[in-house]
Design a binder for this molecule. Structure first.
Ligand SMILES: [Zn+2]
Length: 128
C-alpha cells in the first residue's frame, strides 16, 4: 500500500530523522538512512497529507508490520495495520452512503421515480 507518494529529498529525510530520532514502532534508534522506510503517519488513503510533517521514518521491518498489522498474525493484531484502518474507513463511508440513501428515500414529498430514467434520445431525422 504505497499510494502515490512523492519521493522525499535527503534533506527532508534528515529533517524527519532530526525530529524523531527513534523508530516510533520499536523505539530503537533509527540508524542508517538506507535501512529506513518513510511512512505517512496518517495514511494518504485516510486523508493524510503528503508532506514531511505527516511522514515518519521507521525501520523497514517495522514498517512492514505497521502496514500489514503487527507481526502479521491473527486478527487482534491485524486491527493495528493501516490496511485494516483503510478498509474500515471504506466500509464506514459505504454504510454512511447507504444510510443517506435510506433517509432520502423516506423523505416525504419526494417525487416518485420518473417513468423512465433513461432520457429518450431524439434521433436525428432527416428527410433524405
Ligand atoms: Zn523499529
Amino acid at each position: 500500500m504505497s499510494g502515490e507518494r512523492r519521493r522525499l529529498t535527503v534533506t527532508e529525510k534528515l529533517e524527519i530523522m532530526a525530529r524523531q530520532a527513534r523508530c516510533p514502532r520499536c523505539h530503537e534508534k533509527l540508524g542508517q538512512l538506507k535501512g529506513l522506510d518513510w511512512d505517512h503517519s496518517t495514511p494518504l488513503a485516510l486523508g493524510g497529507a503528503d508532506t514531511p510533517e505527516n511522514i515518519q521514518a521507521l525501520h523497514r521491518t517495522c514498517h512492514r508490520q505497521k502496514t500489514s498489522g503487527a507481526g502479521g498474525e491473527r486478527r487482534a493484531s491485524v486491527a493495528d495495520g493501516d490496511q485494516h484502518k483503510i478498509g474500515k474507513a471504506r466500509r464506514l463511508s459505504a454504510a454512511q452512503a447507504e444510510f443517506r440513501a435510506l433517509l432520502l428515500a423516506k423523505e416525504p414529498g419526494m417525487p416518485r421515480e420518473k417513468k423512465s430514467r433513461i432520457p429518450s434520445r431524439p434521433f436525428k431525422r432527416r428527410s433524405a
